[in-house]
Ligand binder design. Sequence first.
Ligand code: URA
Length: 198
Amino acid sequence: MTKSEKLSALKTMNLACCECALRSGCKGVVFGEGNIESPVMFVGEGPGQTEDELGKPFVGRAGELLNKMLKEAGFLRQDVYVTNIVKCRPPGNRTPVQAEMETCLPWLRKQFSILKPRYMVLMGLAATHGILDKDIRMNQCRGKWFQRGDIMMMPVYHPAAVLRNPAWRETCIADFRLVKQVCEDAAGGAEEPQEKRG
Ligand code: URA
């Protein structure tokens, strides 16, 4: 099977998932989309209302801002892969709880093992807590690389948080630029970024 066939088989299974209570409160599962050859995967929190209606990640207001910030950092939205830590919209857009993230994580892990991106951008605290470290604070980790197995991860502000705090926009774009830079360096054969602690 090709990568694309494996991913679409996984998507079919994911769309039928009823593993947690979130599925009964939303319209559908939002699997993720984008360039399956991208070295970088952007992971958000969970679908909002517009995403739930359209079945696509980051297509509402936060998504529009994400696209703009990606562009300013030199990425095109269609060149990267975008998904969420939970695939179903939490009621009223509340933050997913730890148990919901843990139940949904196997889908992200499977997406990840098919797509094999080199870098993962964790947008916001939910993705950061669910994937990297459940006790870390955003101001400790934002804009830094963390190595987990073969993958380098960088937590960044969530675009919805940037909508609420426009002063964070330039910081978020600067973090995206760091990611863009390592993608370009890696494509040119340069060394990988090193994890910075502290
Ligand atoms: N916020 C998220 O975390 N994900 C989306 O898909 C949309 C908004």
